[in-house]
Design a protein around this ligand. Structure first.
Ligand code: NAD
Length: 278
């Protein structure tokens, strides 16, 4: 149920995303439910404003800290060396943790930094490397970095990123980026693995779901897993939280994998929020 990152640290094959979940007791209850039923990876971000209730859930779930894999992300306005160190401390404080399992640069080109984002990313990464070496983060990585942005970062990086979290679902299959990540030993994670809700009415996916006796959600998550991409589905409904974890008892055959890989079949109905942007 784990994948090894390029530093040997283990990351679960699926995670629970908490984007747009409010910082309240219901969210804490949902996260505790997810953990008690088998999720180990929780994906939050300072931008989501719910790190405090993720921290609450960690305390309430009854598991040891080492059994969990907690990810957070550095928001755009905190990019830079010292500001990253400060933002990280705040994240840790809100989560009430001693260390993070994974910390990501949320976006490569913060608004207003189109002219100097490369330098900014490099400075931010220097702070990530310090936090990693200090033992405060077990793994460091990126999010939404296209190939050119990763190449720019690698000009000065001393530590190769361990993860790149990208938009990934039928309609956002980026083979080149996936191949690049694999060649550089960077594990890819899928945000929006359910197309942020857009996959469910799709007739091709509905037909595949019927063929395999699974739900559309399970088809999409299994497709991610068979690509060695870690899906981070979000749901606040108990039966869906359970259903989304039940994706390790079947295989999508190669022919059907290739159907889902074909972006053209899905671009009008599901499409990409991100890759079509510059
Ligand atoms: P998602 O693709 O997980 O879709 C969530 C939607 O699908 C919700 O409306 C939910 O109710 C519905 N859903 C979930 N399971 C279902 C099921 N079994 N049946 C029917 N409906 C179901 O979208 P997301 O939340 O945007 O992405 C997942 C996670 O990825 C986020 O929570 C967050 O942690 C992360 N994320 C990261 C970035 C980034 O920039 N790094 C951006 C967006 C999301």
């Amino acid at each position: 149920m784990d994948i090894k990152l390029n530093n040997g640290y283990k990351i679960p094959k699926i995670g629970y995303g908490v984007y747009k979940m409010p910082d309240d007791t219901e969210t804490t209850t949902n996260i505790v439910f997810a953990i008690k039923n088998g999720y180990r990876l929780i994906d939050t971000a300072s931008r989501y404003g719910n790190e405090t209730c993720v921290g609450e859930a960690i305390k309430k779930c009854g598991l040891n800290r080492e059994e969990l894999f907690i990810t957070s992300k550095l928001w755009n306005t905190d990019q830079g060396y010292q500001s990253t160190l400060d933002a990280f401390e705040l994240t840790l404080k809100k989560l009430d943790l001693e260390y993070l399992d994974l910390y990501l640069i949320h976006w490569p080109v913060p608004e207003g930094h189109e002219h100097d984002y490369q330098e900014l990313n490099k400075e931010t990464w220097r702070a990530f490397e310090k936090l990693y070496r200090d033992g405060k983060i077990k793994a460091i990585g990126l999010s939404n970095f296209k190939i050119e942005y990763i190449n720019q970062l690698l000009e000065t990086a001393e530590i190769i990123p361990m993860v790149n979290q990208i938009e990934f679902h039928p309609g956002a299959y980026n083979k080149k980026l996936l191949q690049y990540c694999s060649e550089h030993n960077i594990v890819a994670e899928a945000w929006g693995p359910l197309g942020q809700g857009r996959v469910f009415e799709n007739p091709i996916l509905t037909e595949l779901a019927q063929k395999y006796g699974k739900t559309v959600s399970q088809i999409c998550l299994r497709w991610c897993i068979q690509h060695n991409v870690i899906p981070l589905p979000k749901s606040s409904h108990k039966e869906r939280i359970l259903q989304n974890l039940d994706v390790f008892n079947f295989d999508i055959d190669q022919h059907d994998m290739e159907i889902i890989d074909n972006n053209d079949l899905f671009k009008d109905t599901i499409g990409s929020n991100y890759y079509n942007r510059k």
